[in-house]
Ligand binder design. Structure first.
Ligand code: ADP
Ligand code: DP6
Length: 332
């Protein structure tokens, strides 16, 4: 007898960044964050539990995943098994239709889809808050991909961090927005976000300043989303990205995710603004630049980005829906 379920999730891009954890917590963020879930890039994951399997197995994009990726996925499955009273191994098959581990938030959509599929395959009812909390412990940004549109994740508080799900701030159509992703390399990133933020917290003289300032940036981003004010959103989102990266660059040795084309794209976005086009940039733990603009400006901004030497391609995404179940079945 086996039980299987398939779920789909999209990555999200933080407009107010999460960077840093509450020390000693169960992966609770030190700062509040707010993201937009992106339609147009998708993870699809099937989880099957069966006593016939010798051990947990993770197939990622058609190949056996490495031991670290399997360990992270198994950690999530262990929590599901504990809640469901299940003691059998699982086989996970997952596919990202965009680059994995390259700074495009495959971990966010990956763990969100895994949380939904694993709980359902274990016979647990759908519960986005519990799925979000489960995903957060694997990778905090993934907690936000359970929900569609504009989504916040609060900072953890000392004695209250075991249940900390993300929640929706506004639906996908709350603010007309396009996110253009300027892809600057096909390489896997050198410093994964967990290591990058922990090293920043341990060694950067600017980390405490970041933690003190981030909630104010978060409030500005949140207010701009609720007011559907794209310019205020773009300005605050850009400040959040630069403040996060400044704290990382000041670590010893520096955590520097940018490449030459990253800076070229940043300069081009500033040039677009100087010529009257509303465009703002944000960067995560990788060298790509995500550019925010209004839908009518998207074609012009995309062609400007595509013409920059070192930009390999430009993806266009819109605010999308949260993670969802595609199907679940039991078979003998
Ligand atoms: P990214 O910028 O793509 O999120 P990270 O290095 O932060 O890069 O995360 C990549 C890791 O996330 C992978 O090594 C793997 O552990 C996990 N991951 C990515 N996609 C999936 C998936 N579809 N299913 C399960 N785990 C995934
Ligand atoms: C720069 O969620 O990948 O993308 O919780 O350690 O897995 P872990 O970190 P992760 O960090 C994301 C950092 C970021 C900003 C953001 O998404 O808020």
């Amino acid at each position: 007898m086996s039980h299987q379920a398939t779920a789909l999730a999209h990555p999200n891009i933080a407009l107010a960044k999460y960077w840093g954890k509450v020390p000693g917590s169960d992966n609770a963020p030190a700062v509040p964050s707010l993201s937009v879930t992106l339609a147009g890039m998708t993870t699809t994951t099937t989880v099957e539990f069966s006593a016939d399997f010798p051990a947990d197995h993770l197939e990622l994009n058609g190949a056996e995943a490495d031991a670290t990726a399997l360990r992270r996925a198994s950690g999530l499955l262990d929590e599901v098994r504990a809640e469901a009273g299940l003691k059998v191994p699982a086989r996970i098959r997952s596919r990202n239709d965009f680059p994995t581990a390259a700074g495009l938030a495959s971990s966010a959509s990956g763990f969100a889809a895994l949380a939904v599929a694993a709980r359902s395959a274990a016979g647990l009812p759908r519960d986005p808050a519990r799925e979000s909390n489960l995903a957060r412990r694997a990778s905090a940004s993934s907690a936000r991909s359970l929900f569609g549109g504009f989504v916040e994740l609060a900072a953890g508080r000392e004695n209250e961090h075991r249940f900390l799900p993300a929640q929706q701030v506004a639906p996908p159509d709350a603010l007309p927005l396009r996110v253009l992703v300027a892809v600057t390399t096909e390489r896997i990133k050198d410093t994964p976000s967990t290591g990058g933020m922990n090293h920043t917290a341990a060694t950067s003289p600017y980390y405490q300043a970041w933690v003190a300032h981030a909630p104010r940036l978060f409030e500005r981003v949140r207010a701009a989303v609720l007011a559907a004010d794209l310019e205020a959103l773009g300005v605050a989102a850009e400040e959040s990205a630069f403040a996060m990266h400044a704290s990382a660059i000041a670590a010893a040795p520096a955590v520097l995710y940018w490449l030459g084309p990253t800076v070229e794209v940043i300069a081009a976005v500033r040039g677009l603004r100087a010529s009257g086009v509303g465009a703002w940039c944000t960067m995560d733990a990788g060298p790509h630049v995500k550019v925010l603009c209004a839908p009518p400006d998207a074609a012009r901004v995309a062609s400007t980005l595509a013409a920059i030497p070192g930009v390999l391609r430009v993806l266009t995404a819109s605010p999308g829906e949260g993670a969802r179940l595609l199907g679940a079945e039991a078979s003998t």
